[in-house]
Design a protein. Structure first.
Length: 527
């Protein structure tokens, strides 16, 4: 034994050494610390030291830790405590060895060791993480006492399993035991309710948690605001914003971004702009999402000039440093919707310095379509998408027209679906080329179905859209269908053009019916 030290190191010194070796990942040295204890006259190692070594080993290798427990602890007659078993259970569960966790649970019961709530919670969490929520619920029935963590784990798990009924039951059980779920579990319940359109119940859940002294944060409130917006109730979401402030929870940038997106989706653009300017007044910074949502909202509803003003603010802000292409594509989309195609091409070229590869490929697509080579252009589009680039509405519209001119209507339809999927809704001049393609192939019914589908999506047909299909039915001799469509056109306030009238008159004459005999047509003429 060294004689230069006045007194031997105590337990805390050994524990510090163990932790130091652990941080250095010197596992063999960690175990060898036990050999130092008797050399300094400390007798047998304390349970505290053994538990510290076990904790270090569990973090490194659960098999080494288990071997240490069996040989160095059980083999020496050391009876572990709550910390010992809790550490081992944590190790088994972190390595997904749930079966070993249950064996450990049985060992504890066999040795008459009371299983505490922490050990149970660890195993319950592992079960839930592996999708075995039912087994976790059964294990809960074995527990003599619970903690708020027990309920938080199961509430979140049921929400993840899309089992909202059981999540709500577990929440009520939590309240009945005098606990209040934490904000993470509550937020998951609110999100699940909102996803199912049960907004009023989500409001009640937040109110109930607050009434019982629970703590809510801005994330929980934002989840509810998002639920209102998703249900098309942007105005109600805005009202809830004021309630947040009254309860002492200040909205953040994400709150305003959700509301701006909601107002844009509801076509309440002035309200979206009000929210945008309010952010500055209350001291919140606009981020890229703010600009992106508002620019797209304005441009998609025909207010491209306003969208461009917001775009200029983005260009002059620090958010522009890592700018993505979406706001630029939104400006192009707005110009496309206003039929300002030359301006759209000019703006595309303006983007060249920031997005040279995307602009170069887009320009090649436009050029190839003009040359009558839509297949080659489509190959470039596919490469763009594979590499993560986002094509503009102008690119899609040009490709659709290119395929239609070549009689490839099927390919054009697929492109239009892709275009709509990216949030770009075609204008009449684009989908009229598709309708014309169907009619040329004698598929007038397909053209009519396309127009009806696009109307449901908010796309507005014009006189040419109706005229193409009306004339198509006339050529097929289906005068009644043509007249029905003609009536719909007039009722919508769309003025028929010369070709539509001419087609109807010729069809009537070919059918050997006078205008006087056709009451529907005669009524329209008189009108």
């Amino acid at each position: 034994m060294p004689r230069t030290i006045g007194s031997g190191p105590d337990d805390d010194i050994f524990i510090t050494i163990v932790r130091g070796f652990g941080r250095a990942r010197l596992i063999r040295e960690v175990i060898r610390v036990l050999d130092l204890v008797p050399k300094f006259g400390q007798g047998t190692p304390s349970l505290k030291l053994l538990n510290t070594i076990l904790d270090v080993l569990v973090k490194e290798d659960i098999d080494i830790a288990r071997e240490f427990y069996r040989k160095k602890m059980m083999g020496s007659g050391v009876k572990g405590d709550d910390y010992t078993y809790g550490t081992l259970m944590k190790g088994f569960c972190l390595t997904n060895r749930i079966g070993d966790g249950f064996k450990l649970l049985q060992v504890m019961k066999t040795h008459n060791v009371k299983v505490n709530v922490v050990v149970y919670n660890t195993l319950i969490y592992a079960l839930c993480k592996n999708g075995k929520t039912g087994r976790a619920r059964s294990l809960m029935n074995e527990m003599e006492e619970f903690s708020d963590v027990t309920f938080n784990i199961l509430i979140s798990a049921y929400c993840n399993d899309n089992n909202l009924v059981q999540a709500l039951v577990m929440m009520e059980k939590c309240f009945s035991y005098g606990f209040v779920p934490d904000v993470v579990a509550v937020t998951k319940v609110v999100e699940s309710l909102c996803d199912k359109g049960r907004i009023s119940e989500a409001v009640e859940v937040l109110g109930g948690v607050e009434a019982k002294g629970g703590t809510l944060d801005v994330v929980a409130y934002n989840t509810l605001v998002k639920g209102f917006v998703k249900a098309g109730k942007a105005r109600a979401a805005h009202g809830f914003l004021k309630q947040m402030e009254m309860k002492g929870c200040l909205p953040n940038t994400e709150t305003y971004n959700i509301l701006i997106s909601g107002f844009c989706e509801s076509r309440m653009l002035d309200s979206a702009l009000d929210m945008f300017h309010e952010m500055k007044r209350v001291g919140l910074h606009w981020n890229f999402v703010t600009f992106e949502a508002l620019i797209y909202g304005l441009c998609s509803e025909g207010r491209t000039r306003d969208g461009f003003k917001i775009f200029e603010l983005l260009a002059g802000s620090k958010e522009h440093g890592g700018c993505r292409i979406n706001p630029y594509n939104s400006i192009i989309y707005g110009l496309y919707k206003e039929n300002c195609l030359e301006e759209a091409v000019q703006f595309l070229n303006y983007m060249r310095n920031l997005f040279p590869r995307a602009v170069d490929r887009s320009s090649r697509i436009l050029g190839l379509c003009q040359e009558g080579k839509p297949e080659d252009a489509k190959a470039i589009l596919d490469n763009m998408i594979q590499e993560g680039s986002l094509p503009s509405a102008l690119v899609y519209a040009t490709l659709i027209q290119g395929f239609c001119k070549g009689g490839c209507v099927k390919e054009a339809v697929e492109l239009m679906k892709e275009m709509i999927g990216r949030g770009y809704f075609p204008v009449a001049s684009t989908f009229n080329t598709l309708i014309s393609g169907f009619c040329r192939q004698g598929k007038v019914g397909s053209g009519l179905r396309l127009m009806k589908d696009l109307k449901m999506r908010g796309c507005l047909p014009d006189s040419e859209s109706y005229g193409l299909i009306t004339n198509g039915f006339c050529r097929q001799g289906d005068l009644q269908q043509a007249l029905t469509l003609f009536m719909e056109m007039v009722e919508r306030g769309i003025i028929p053009d010369y070709y539509t009238w001419n087609g109807l008159i010729l069809a009537t004459l070919e059918g050997k019916k006078s205008f006087q005999e056709n009451e529907l047509l005669q009524g329209l003429i008189d009108t």
